[in-house]
Design a protein around this ligand. Structure first.
Ligand SMILES: NC(=O)C1=CN([C@@H]2O[C@H](COP(=O)(O)OP(=O)(O)OC[C@H]3O[C@@H](n4cnc5c(N)ncnc54)[C@H](OP(=O)(O)O)[C@@H]3O)[C@@H](O)[C@H]2O)C=CC1
Ligand SMILES: O=CC(=O)O
Length: 272
């Protein structure tokens, strides 16, 4: 739900907005802070669960697991698997992570022993991450040109909206797989669809979309080289419970005008 000026005008007594998600692109943080309203999210508790899901999506896309599951269940496995159904290797390839934050790093940890290289791109270089995960910092264009798997894991901001468009898909290898575990609006969906239809990239694994739930007439649903998930990254019972607990802790602190555990903009404390 979007929390913007219009909504806030109707809530003059509001003290805190407690988001149950790590991403907070639905919140106008500047506006909230200027009104002395705290805003919180639920990072960390969902990091490993989301990394598991996005890594699973990467494997499923490369090895075409959902398609082959449907093939077996439809009774089509009546002879040797035809070559056209083969997948592509994941091991000893190059993984490029755009947004090497908490979840990006957890994905890199999972890739550390299986991939040949892990490349990453952030606005700032992180030498501790480079040492710890043997990851290499590169420009966005170098990452797109060199990676066999490109995984988008940065936040949606004014800077990242439409980050992946025609130019960026054109830079990717024809054999590369694109994974989006971040936010749909960071991708120009029509350009992604074009790249997939024309096979200028091999495939995509998507957890997030420009419009959610994904409209039934989306061309993405017709493409064999797309694996879809329903914005599912943090969706395990254990993790959703921890997220709810953290959101409640944040809320209770905020109602009592105390600093919540995951306050997004600490500058708001000067206004309350
Ligand atoms: N699919 C799902 O279910 C889920 C999706 N998410 C999404 O994942 C996002 C990341 O979460 P999390 O890892 O916890 O967040 P973090 O804040 O820990 O990491 C975000 C990373 O992105 C980098 N980044 C920010 N802006 C840019 C930019 N313009 N270009 C390149 N890199 C950039 C940051 O580095 P720097 O500041 O140096 O640029 C940082 O390393 C969330 O914002 C949310 O949208 C989160 C949870 C579940
Ligand atoms: O997309 C989910 C989140 O926690 O952010």
């Amino acid at each position: 739900m979007k929390v913007n000026q219009e909504m806030l005008d109707r809530a003059p007594k509001l003290r805190i907005v407690s988001n149950i998600s790590a991403g907070y692109d639905n919140l106008d943080i500047k506006e909230l802070t200027s009104r002395g309203i705290m805003a919180t999210n639920t990072p960390d508790v969902l990091t490993d669960t989301t990394a598991d899901a996005i890594f699973g999506l990467l494997l499923a896309t490369a090895r075409r697991i959902p398609e082959l599951d449907a093939y077996v269940k439809a009774g089509q496995w009546t002879a040797k698997l035809p070559d056209e159904r083969f997948g592509v290797d994941v091991h000893h390839k190059t993984l490029g992570i755009i947004g090497m934050g908490r979840i990006g790093k957890a994905i890199a940890e999972r890739a550390h022993f299986g991939f040949k290289n892990v490349l990453y791109h952030n606005r700032t270089r992180n030498s501790d991450t480079e040492k710890e995960l043997e990851a290499t910092y590169v420009s966005l264009d170098d990452l797109l040109q060199q990676s066999d798997f490109v995984c988008l894991m940065a936040p949606l901001t004014d800077e990242t909206i439409g980050l992946m468009g025609k130019r960026e898909f054109d830079l990717m290898k024809e054999t590369a797989v694109f994974i989006n575990g971040a936010r749909g609006s960071m991708v120009v969906e029509a350009d992604l669809i074009h790249a997939l239809q024309n096979k200028t990239i091999r495939a995509a694994g998507l957890d997030v979309y420009q419009n959610e739930p994904l409209p039934l007439d989306s061309p993405l649903l017709q493409l064999e080289n797309v694996v879809t998930m329903p914005h599912y990254g943090s969706a395990t019972q254990e993790t959703r419970y921890k997220m709810a607990e953290l959101a409640v802790d944040n809320l209770i602190k905020g109602i009592h005008r105390q600093a919540p555990p995951s306050l997004i903009d600490k500058a708001v404390l000067a206004h309350i």
